[in-house]
Design a binder for this molecule. Structure first.
Ligand SMILES: [Zn+2]
Length: 177
């Protein structure tokens, strides 16, 4: 077994943890799931208007402002997660949500909105979950090679010619998770 799921100690909810040591660059996790036309609390964006609703264990991958893995897109756009550095057994497997999520899209049901504050234990925590459209150039450089392919192909919504089916970005709402 390469990974396991347990409760995290820094926020309420589960996380994915390394069951063994991983070398930098090593494949850590593949993702299975269903593609949805809208973003959810667990989804991973794979294209404009396409969001992968992952099965466990990927469902429990948490955001970190200093992540242990980055994204590598398969030819169909689906992500797999590779070690950004050597990972020790029992370290949490995380990624920066800005590697896949362009922005926070408004939820169809306002009750599904949640707090976007980041509670990750990284010393350099930015205090907010990651979105590509809000990322500094410094972090875009740092994560180069580890973004979802659609963001690199064209790191902006298609615009007037081909409107983003998700609609406009939103700042989220202050709701408890
Ligand atoms: Zn953080």
């Amino acid at each position: 077994m390469d990974i396991y799921i347990k409760e995290t100690n820094y926020h309420i909810g589960k996380g994915v943890f390394a069951a063994r040591n991983f070398k930098k660059g090593e494949l850590v996790l593949r993702v299975t799931g269903e593609v949805l036309p809208y973003q959810t609390i667990y989804s991973i964006q794979i294209d404009w208007g396409r969001h992968l609703d992952p099965d466990p264990p990927a469902k429990y991958l948490n955001h970190s402002c200093e992540p242990t893995t980055g994204v590598r897109s398969l030819p169909n756009g689906w992500p797999e997660f590779v070690a950004l550095r050597d990972i020790q057994k029992d370290e949490e497997i995380t990624f920066d949500y800005a590697m896949t999520e362009y922005c926070h899209y408004p939820r169809s049901d306002p009750g599904l909105e949640f707090e976007l504050t980041c509670h990750c234990p990284a010393p350099g925590c930015r205090g907010r979950l990651g979105y590509y459209s809000e990322l500094s150039q410094e972090l875009k450089d740092k994560y180069k090679g580890f973004f979802a392919a659609y963001l690199i192909r064209n790191g902006r919504p298609p615009g007037e010619v081909n409107p983003n089916p998700d609609g406009r970005c939103s700042q989220g709402e202050k709701h408890e998770r």
